[in-house]
Each structure stands twice: as structure tokens, then as C-alpha cells.
Design a protein around this ligand. Structure first.
Ligand code: SF4
Length: 234
């Protein structure tokens, strides 16, 4: 029997923080939610790496992501059009680029996880209202990504497994808070399973070069413990 090709494009060549992790991405440049969010300097989206990269070194991917946005949001795809991931894929990130467009988008993601039960999937979203947590299969981790930069007390929506919030180094220092995100997902995998830390604190992209340099100078065991030292001079 001939295999039907899925219209969903899988990115197997992620780099940087997501090196080694496959992703289903969508287009942040044509997503109304992203466009609006990027104009607010109090929101993390104001510093969005995805929009910047989509206009820069990832510009050649935008057509594929745009097609994914369309296909995933237009309708709930029949199971035969849901992709089977490449053999050996262990971890999949939904929307490393982009944000949920609507409820169809979420349901199609949940169905990708269902069709690939051996792959540990993770969805980050700032739109928990589009997620039906009761239908999330066991291999889908739901991460609520707090939209506000330097949010003092972000709350985990019911049914979500982790809360992801972004801070400037200055804020972390001033409030004596420690980052617990190592910026190397494939080695860490905290956000790709339901156990462990429910609150992940990441350093905002614009401060990450300094933070990474600091991480290189200390041992793995101490890599988070002493972040205060690097932020003192920010
Ligand atoms: S905590 Fe770990 S898995 Fe989560 S974003 Fe940071 S490096 Fe990636």
C-alpha cells in the first residue's frame, strides 16, 4: 500500500539551545497573536528570537512554517495525514518557532503525539485557553510560557506540567533569584517530561551570551547555584 505523505513539515535540523531536538514549527511573522505581542515592551515577545531569526538566518524556513501554520490551524487532519517521525527520534518540540493559532492547531499537535507514542513531545504556549488539557496524551508535556518579562509570580494554569518564565540578569540579581535553565535542552530535558521542576526560569535572550560565558567557567554541579556572581556587574 502506498504511504500518504503528510503535509506537516518536521524540522530535524534545530540548532543552538534545541540542538538534537526535532520540531514542528509555525510562522511567528504571520501569527496575529505574535504580531501584537511583539509590540509590547513588557512582554517577552518584544525580545522574540524566533521573529528575529525568521527575518534573518532562518528566512529560508518561513515558507515551510507558514504552510504548517495553515495546515495545522485550518482543520483537524485525518490520522493518515499526521506524520510518523523519522526512526530514532526521541524528543519533539511543538512551536520552537511560532505560537498556537487556534484549537485545531493544538488538536493536531496532540494527534502527532498520539501517532508517535515513543517520542516525548513538549508544547510551550502562551495561550493555555486553546489547550484541552484533558486530551493531552501521556507523552505530551504542556509548558505554560509566561508572557510577561520579569513576572514576579507567574501562575501555572490547571493541567499544565511546567511553567516557563523569562528574566533579565539584572532582575534575577536584584531579586536574588536563580535561573535553572541550562540552555541545552537535549542534555537537560526538564521540559520534556512531566516530572521534576514545575517552574523553569530562563535568562532573556539578550543576556544569554554573558550567562553562557559564565556557565563555561564553572563546574556542571555549580552551574546554576552561583548565577548571582555573573549578574552583579550587569
Ligand atoms: S530547563 Fe532544560 S529543557 Fe527546559 S528550556 Fe531550559 S535547557 Fe531546555
Amino acid at each position: 500500500m502506498r504511504r500518504i505523505k503528510s503535509p506537516i513539515y518536521i524540522s530535524y535540523g534545530m540548532s543552538g539551545k534545541l540542538d538534537g531536538i526535532a520540531a514542528v514549527n509555525t510562522d511567528p511573522l504571520s501569527n496575529d497573536f505574535c504580531i501584537k505581542a511583539a509590540t509590547n515592551p513588557d512582554w517577552v515577545c518584544f525580545y522574540c528570537y524566533a521573529r528575529k531569526n525568521a527575518k534573518g538566518y532562518r528566512a529560508n524556513c518561513v515558507n515551510c512554517w507558514k504552510r504548517n501554520s495553515q495546515v495545522l490551524s485550518e482543520s483537524i487532519l485525518p490520522l493518515e495525514l499526521i506524520p510518523t517521525l523519522r526512526k530514532g527520534t526521541k524528543v519533539l518540540r511543538f512551536n520552537a518557532y511560532g505560537e498556537l493559532v487556534n484549537k485545531n492547531h493544538y488538536i493536531n499537535f496532540a494527534n502527532i503525539a498520539i501517532k508517535n507514542p515513543l517520542v516525548q513531545c513538549s508544547l510551550y504556549t502562551k495561550r493555555p485557553n486553546l489547550v484541552d488539557v484533558t486530551t493531552a496524551p501521556a507523552n505530551l508535556t504542556l509548558v505554560y510560557s509566561s508572557y510577561k518579562l520579569n513576572e514576579p509570580a507567574p501562575q501555572l494554569p490547571p493541567g499544565f506540567h511546567h511553567l516557563f518564565a523569562v528574566y533579565t540578569l539584572r532582575y534575577l540579581n536584584e531579586h536574588n533569584i536563580l535561573s535553572n535553565c541550562t540552555l541545552e535542552c537535549f542534555k537537560c530535558l526538564k521540559c520534556y517530561g512531566r516530572r521534576g521542576a514545575t517552574r523553569i526560569l530562563e535568562v532573556v535572550k539578550k543576556d544569554q551570551a554573558k550567562y553562557k560565558k559564565y556557565l563555561l567557567t564553572i563546574s556542571a554541579a555549580d552551574n546554576i547555584k552561583n548565577v548571582r556572581e555573573v549578574v552583579t556587574n550587569v
